[in-house]
Design a protein. Structure first.
Length: 295
């Protein structure tokens, strides 16, 4: 029977391809499409002490338009996500470039150093900023030792600055790796040809390396943006009241306040903004070129 099965697959290669894809497609439907559809449907229902009531209405949509505080939180999350993405790309591109230009031995060591923080829990890495940024932390200690301040200050923790710093440190590898892979694929012959034509290193980088590595740059930036705009743990631990993002409000709706339909509404709004950014980028560079390296 097994031989007949494989013989039938070899006789119908298209059916065989679909059969191979079937488990992945089913997983996407069950674990992605169905939950998203349920969340969208929940925005048209009402919340109660017992959960959700299927009473169809547009109250959540009216609320998200009528109360500007949620629009401000969404804009704040978008602003932080864009700022973190730009900072990560500014510092991550040179790091990826250095790694890509090293010999094999040092390249592997540097890549290992990039991934070592991921051997430690996300929560522990976030809490690690407390003894650095806190009122009794290392930065305040150095400032008082050198006489810059007479006493510790509360400027470095529980604000947007600490949220930016924590998110940059957490999501940096998500940009470094795609940029590194993009740089690694650039043939050395392109640079040699540019040098033969009289281009100095800076000009070769600007007109050869940077355009060819653009898919990795955009892919890394897009990954960081998507992860940052929905961040919850880092703003919760490092942000304080002034560093709260929309992800924290959404988590509260599904936990503390038990308002699932409103949490679904805010989730849909956040998802639409994220999809809008992806659509804008896809108008300039195809998504397949960013993530799959397609020409």
């Amino acid at each position: 029977m097994r031989r007949r099965f494989f013989r039938a697959l070899s006789a119908h290669p298209a059916a065989g391809r679909w059969l191979v894809l079937l488990p992945g497609v089913l997983a996407l439907v069950v674990f992605v499409a169905v939950p998203l559809l349920a969340m969208v449907l929940a925005t048209f229902w009402k919340s109660s002490v017992d959960g959700m009531v299927p009473a169809w209405n547009l109250d959540n949509y009216r609320k998200v338009v009528a109360e500007p505080i949620f629009a401000r939180l969404l804009f704040k999350s978008l602003r932080i996500a864009v700022a973190v993405t730009l900072i990560v790309l500014v510092f991550g591109y040179p790091l990826a470039y250095v790694i890509a230009r090293k010999t094999s031995r040092y390249k592997h060591i540097l890549l290992l150093l990039v991934f070592i923080p991921y051997w430690i829990s996300y929560v522990i890495r976030s809490y690690a900023w407390y003894p650095i940024l806190g009122k009794e932390g290392a930065i305040n200690y150095l400032l008082t030792v050198v006489g810059f301040t007479g006493r510790p200050v509360d400027l470095f923790l529980f604000n947007e600055f600490s949220v930016h710093l924590g998110l940059v440190s957490v999501f940096m590898p998500f940009a470094v790796v795609p940029i590194y892979l993009s740089l690694e694929r650039i043939s050395q012959t392109y640079l040699e040809a540019a040098a033969d034509l009289g281009a100095h290193p800076a000009r070769s980088f600007l007109h050869v390396v940077l355009p060819l590595s653009l898919p990795g740059l955009l892919g890394g930036g897009l990954m960081v943006f998507i992860l940052t705009i929905g961040a919850y743990v880092t703003p919760q631990l490092l942000g304080g009241p002034s560093g709260i993002m929309l992800g924290n409000i959404i988590a509260d709706q599904f936990g503390a306040t038990f308002n699932w339909t409103w949490g679904g509404m805010l989730s849909v709004a956040l998802m639409l903004v994220t999809l809008g950014v992806i659509w804008l980028i896809s108008r300039r560079v195809r998504i397949g070129q960013i993530f799959l390296g397609q020409e």
